[in-house]
Design a protein. Sequence first.
Length: 249
Amino acid sequence: MNKWLEGRVVENRHWTDALFSLRVEGVALSFQAGQFVRIALEEDLARPFSFVNPPADPVLEFYGIVVPEGPLSPRLARLRAGERLLVASNPAGFLVLSEVPDADTLWLVSTGTGIAPFLSILRTETPWKRFGKVVLVHAVRHARELVYTDLIGKVHRENPGLFHYVTFVSREKWPGSLHGRIPAAMRDGHPVAQRLDGIRRTVGEVGKVVTVGKRQIETDNGRRRALAIHAMTGRTRGNEDLLARRVRG
Ligand SMILES: Cc1cc2nc3c(=O)[nH]c(=O)nc-3n(C[C@H](O)[C@H](O)[C@H](O)COP(=O)(O)OP(=O)(O)OC[C@H]3O[C@@H](n4cnc5c(N)ncnc54)[C@H](O)[C@@H]3O)c2cc1C
């Protein structure tokens, strides 16, 4: 049964006006990298947030965006060090590597705050033991939303030759990033995007789905649609060989 645990904010880092990361101590939780937990200021207004920290780190970290009309996220963004945050005692979720079949390459494809659970996963030993290559794709609108680059750089240094970080920026041209959005890049035939598309099409052909988790996000034209947070696995021996399965929709 869920209990509410009381933590203290030790840091609220603001990356941009809308993007923030809360670090919270005083809550001991057992969870798997990739899972989420409900957080709240009052028990009757709680929202799920993915852990950014790996399970071994006792300081919890959450990466959020302010949804201007949302009831909770603007208040979370205003929290200061020393203030209280309630954390549910029952982390949950299937965006975990134990749900992903073995493969040569693990693709972690995220948009916006969807990178959060992957940052937790990348800081555990499992991906480096189980997969020959790990590709983190992060798509954002503006380059300033390419967050956690220090942490990602450290993961890169610690796993030479195994880790690849690919970024998409849709609303400006940014050196080192692919311009545009993942679906458009697929249409234009960029090699990275082609690889993603290859996985997607093959999965479609064999009737399996690679998407793990879904989140409602706002699209450029203001429509809401379900975009996916994906973990993709593909054997490089040809796309026919690709293994993937739907874990959570
Ligand atoms: C399993 C799960 C894990 C989640 N993990 C995170 C996380 O790590 N970080 C995070 O910021 N949010 C995360 N969310 C969303 C989060 O729970 C809240 O919905 C969000 O913080 C907004 O809360 P709110 O009360 O202000 O507005 P809400 O009433 O909850 O949301 C209002 C609308 O805002 C939009 N929205 C919600 N979250 C986002 C987002 N992250 N990006 C773009 N649009 C959004 C949706 O269209 C939603 O209908 C997660 C949601 C789920 C289901």
